[in-house]
Design a protein around this ligand. Structure first.
Ligand code: ATP
Ligand code: MG
Ligand code: FE
Length: 334
């Protein structure tokens, strides 16, 4: 099948065309408007999606060299995400499908982050564990098949991407802080400072505490030396990053051991983090894991992963109707 997929859950407007599981195009328009506010402003995101969606879809079709008449289905992200942002993609997809008399496919954004692993080789073997780490989620997911996934544990408060972004903000770094913190950390000493690692029950996480500990750390040291943060920035970033990565991997190791699974993947925006990628490679050696890291272009939000998920749903005959509406809190087990 040839499918047009649309992603609009947060601050990326994206469209992709996939044919028989091969991604032909993946156009991503990242909204720059939010930079000046230091975070995503939901209403501005919705408006930017409205401006972007038609040109982004046109580009995706053009790049794929596909006529609208050659499409077999239209897919969209139903959730989770920002309601207003999701509404733009959902409404566009429904109108487009109605106009062309095409079936509609709704996709769960978190499931799609995981299915990004099936765009290119190597692909993980079932069952595998996926640590899904992004701006809004932190989950350990048992993936039994393309469409059968179970969340084993997740954050009880902030997502790890949020922890990266908020830590960076406390250090005075511009938005989005995650990638910047990663870059600075690469030249720092991760053992210089110690930040607390919260150990939750089971496979759950908590990342809200680290913000307070960083705030206290900055206040205490800046009182003695106003240039403390500036002069030790790389070491502070490396130490924060290490605490976040160790917290993530502790539970992943536990789940892998408990379930006897050695196929391990990561997904979501934070899977672009170089420290996390390197540590996972090291763990592959230590624990005999086969580790799967997504290509950078498929870590953060993109429509190619929505298209990949839609491909499997099309093959399974899983379509939705013109009555479909976004669900900002859509759960992964459908
Ligand atoms: P969700 O997928 O949970 O709905 P989202 O779509 O906003 O949230 P993604 O686009 O998947 O999130 O990921 C964005 C997050 O990834 C941001 O928090 C960003 O800071 C983080 N991120 C991106 N690159 C890196 C990196 N190299 N190191 C750390 N964090 C990163
Ligand atoms: Mg984003
Ligand atoms: Fe995402």
């Amino acid at each position: 099948p040839t499918i047009l997929a649309i992603e609009s859950s947060c601050d990326e407007t994206s469209a992709s065309v996939i044919r028989n599981g091969q991604v032909l195009s993946n156009i991503v328009a990242t909204q720059a408007i939010h930079e000046q506010y230091g975070g995503v402003v939901p209403e501005l995101a919705s408006r930017a999606h409205q401006q972007n969606i038609i040109p982004v879809v046109a580009q995706a079709l053009q790049k794929a060299n596909i006529e609208k008449s050659a499409l077999d289905a239209v897919a969209f992200t139903r959730g989770p995400g920002l309601l207003g942002a999701l509404l733009v993609g959902c409404s566009f997809a429904k109108s487009f499908a109605l106009g062309l008399n095409l079936p509609l496919i709704e996709v769960n954004h978190m499931q799609a982050h995981i299915l990004a692993h099936f765009i290119d080789d190597p692909q993980p073997n079932f069952p595998f564990l996926c640590l899904t780490v992004s701006g809004g989620h932190t989950q350990i997911v048992l993936v039994r098949s393309h469409l059968d996934m179970e969340v084993l544990g997740q954050t009880t408060d902030d997502a790890v991407g949020e922890a990266f972004d908020k830590s960076a903000k406390l250090l005075g770094l511009p938005y989005p802080g995650g990638p910047m913190l990663d870059k600075l950390a690469s030249t720092g000493n991760p053992d210089r400072f110690t930040f607390p690692i919260v150990n939750m029950d089971g496979y759950d996480y908590s990342f809200s505490g680290i913000k307070t500990s960083i705030l206290n750390f900055v206040k205490k040291n800046a009182a003695a030396d106003p240039d403390f943060v500036q002069n030790n920035l790389a070491d502070i970033c490396a130490s924060i990053q290490k605490a976040l990565i160790m917290t993530l991997l502790k539970k992943l190791v536990l789940a892998a051991k408990d379930l006897g699974v050695k196929e391990i993947a990561i997904a979501g925006g934070v899977s672009a983090n170089s420290g996390l990628r390197q540590t996972l490679q090291d763990y592959a050696q230590r624990y005999g894991w086969n580790v799967y890291l997504p290509a950078f272009e498929y870590c953060t939000d993109n429509a190619a992963m929505i298209a990949m998920a839609a491909h499997y749903k099309y093959l399974a005959g899983d379509f939705t109707s013109q009555y479909a509406s976004p669900d900002p809190r859509l759960k992964i087990s459908l």
